[in-house]
Design a protein around this ligand. Structure first.
Ligand code: COA
Length: 147
């Protein structure tokens, strides 16, 4: 069955949270924070056979979008689902005339870094000792749109 990418609705938040809580590299947010982002930001979900397989969320501030989180359910990794989510987020940012998409990621998170690099994001900096538990640097990535 093909995976469909669509905007999240408020009644998707429980399933989003369930995926996020099982994804070790994901940022961890509360139910209320996701609820708020569904209303004020961009939250896309990947759905297959009526079930959510993954999600991506971003905030847009003055034309710069920032990816806040992306996660795919453990049983469905390496099937191109995150590829589809990132591709659709980029398409939407371009269609809304964003100037760039930014994000930060743990240095050791090679799956996520590979994902972003595959979609044209470039390393633009580092925040030393940015994460806790375990302590680690953040690598900053940007995808800038030429206009
Ligand atoms: C990162 C994550 C979202 C990728 O999801 P996925 O659906 O398995 O990724 P895809 O199958 O779409 O793969 C897309 C690309 O990502 C990269 N990638 C994904 N998993 C990888 C892995 N285990 N090792 C190296 N690169 C990987 C590859 O570049 C891959 O392209 P390829 O298949 O052509 O090699 C998933 O591993 C995840 O949920 N991780 C936990 C949460 C997390 O760390 N989120 C990032 C927060 S910043």
């Amino acid at each position: 069955m093909p995976v469909a990418i669509r905007s999240a609705a408020l009644n998707d938040v429980s399933a989003i949270l369930a995926i996020e809580q099982q994804a070790p590299g994901a940022a961890h947010w509360t139910f209320e924070e996701y609820n708020k982002l569904v209303g004020s930001g961009v939250v896309l979900v990947a759905e297959e056979a009526g079930k959510l397989r993954g999600f991506i969320c971003a905030k847009a501030v003055a034309g710069e979008w920032e990816i806040e989180n992306v996660a795919v359910a453990a049983e469905f990794l390496r099937r191109g689902i995150a590829d589809e989510l990132v591709r659709e987020l980029i398409r939407r940012a371009e269609s809304e005339a964003a100037s760039a998409i930014l994000l930060e990621v743990r240095e050791s998170n090679l799956p996520a870094r590979g994902l972003y690099e595959k979609h044209g994001f470039r390393e633009v900096g580092r925040r030393r000792v940015y994460y806790r538990d375990p302590v680690e640097d953040a690598i900053l990535y940007a995808l800038r749109f030429e206009r």
